[in-house]
Design a protein around this ligand. Structure first.
Ligand code: SF4
Length: 267
């Protein structure tokens, strides 16, 4: 992993994600190295041609910039993060996410966290102080071998589920993002996953896998190495309005209904 330090011109950027006003990305790149990652287009900012997941740049002036911007911009809802994972391993050293959280708390912003790393538990003391905060974990499968194949640098699934329980027990509003749902892999054991989530998240968001920003070569590489027989079926499922994702939508709605879990299927 190549770790660099850069300075950013702005940090409290407008978010294109529904319901969010801003996104804060304290890092460029991500050590979680997910094969399906949609943020790999960021490579063009200083890392053309490099393997996604092999570099991270820490925006070392992020907290200082945020302090200036947060004071003058209209208050709103901030997503941490959209183009990186704010709790990836380098955060242990740089503590930029924690610094940004302190600034957002001080200035009365609402924060929504989405992560795949249990380092988020370090900041429970800050989450408790927010008037409005929600902390979510991405979970794409109950099977940790799928996690190791597609999200090699992220926390194991059991650790994420345990962290959701800890957050929930601490009274922090929580959610799970089941996405991207990987055809025929994420739905293995889905009922069991929902049984576990039912008492530890307030809601679930479900999304499909989109072919975006050149992620398919990496997805195909992982499929060929670990799931060679699945390739053609997997790719058929990615067609727009495929039978697979239509069927998954009804199955997930029904399963969440049976467990009284509020669910938002966003595809
Ligand atoms: S955790 Fe998120 S930003 Fe990081 S590689 Fe995975 S999908 Fe991309």
């Amino acid at each position: 992993m190549e770790i660099g330090e850069i300075r950013c011109k702005g940090i409290l950027g407008r978010s294109g994600i529904g319901g969010m006003d801003y996104a804060v990305n304290p890092y460029l790149g991500c050590g979680h190295a997910c094969a399906y990652c949609y943020a790999r287009f960021m490579r063009r900012m200083g890392h053309p041609g490099e393997e996604w997941g092999s570099f991270v740049d820490a925006k070392v002036n992020a907290v200082k910039r945020l302090r200036e911007e947060a004071a003058r911009k209209p208050r709103g809802r901030v997503l941490l993060s959209s183009g990186t994972d704010a709790y990836q391993p380098v955060e242990r050293k740089y503590r930029l996410t924690r610094g940004c959280l302190e600034v957002l708390l001080e200035h009365g912003y609402r924060v929504d966290v989405l992560t795949k790393n249990v380092l988020v538990l370090r900041d429970v003391d800050l989450f408790r102080k927010f008037d409005e905060v929600e902390v979510g974990f991405t979970v794409t499968s109950l099977d940790d071998s799928v996690r190791r194949a597609f999200e090699p640098g992220a926390s194991p699934i059991k650790a994420r589920l345990d962290a959701l329980k800890t957050l929930s027990d601490e009274g922090i509003p929580t959610y799970a993002f089941l996405g991207p749902m990987l055809p025929y892999l994420s739905d293995e054991g889905l009922e069991g996953l929902l049984n576990v989530l039912a008492d530890r998240v307030g809601r679930i968001i479900v999304d499909r896998l989109n072919i975006k920003c050149g992620n398919m070569p990496d997805v195909r590489r992982v499929l060929a190495a670990g799931y060679p027989d699945l390739g053609p079926m997997f790719e058929d499922a990615l067609a727009p309005d495929s039978d697979y994702y239509r069927g998954l939508r009804s199955r997930v709605s029904e399963m969440c209904g049976e467990r009284a879990i509020p669910v938002d299927i966003v595809y």
